[in-house]
Write a protein that binds this ligand. Sequence first.
Ligand SMILES: [Zn+2]
Length: 207
Amino acid sequence: MKVARARDFGLIGCRTCGLANVAAAGSCRRCGTPLAARKPASIGRTWALLLAALLLYIPANVLPVMYTSSLGTGSSSTILGGVVDFWHAGSWGIALVIFVASVAVPTVKFLVIGTLLVSSQRCSSWARLQRTQLYRAIEFIGYWSMLDVIVVALVCSLVQFQFIGTAEPRVGIVFFGLAVVLTMLAAMSFDPRLIWDAPAARRMGEG
Ligand SMILES: [Zn+2]
């Protein structure tokens, strides 16, 4: 299928107000936003944010995210430790929610953003439609990524209401929250139009 791009007609859509401008204009003639055919330095920025998120995801998993104590005995648990604890305690639902929100989803997001970056850098024509759909899925999941932080908060309040004991968040959850935010920013800084660019168009695209 042959599709004409705006730039084939010397046009660039304003990313703020949507007006189609003459590419040579430099800034939008209606709202003044600087014109760029693609998000500036999209691939470099997305790589940087993704790598930073990956780095923070390590302490998020190694350090404890929660401290619980009841009747004098206390213990700190990591994300995976918490999943195992809840599973053994028979709370399979909570264990599953924590596993999906803090292990499965972030891992899938890292892999998808990495795949999008590598394939776009190579101007690959492989599975373009599917890659675009993956991007949309990642963008949608982003809104729900704070679920795990909310789960920890919920668990803490549940423990305090239901048992004689205390539960407090620990520093690991801060790293997890930062990793989630950086992953969301990485997804936002990636320009999905790069998926559809032909190699020849790329040189003017990244400017
Ligand atoms: Zn505009």
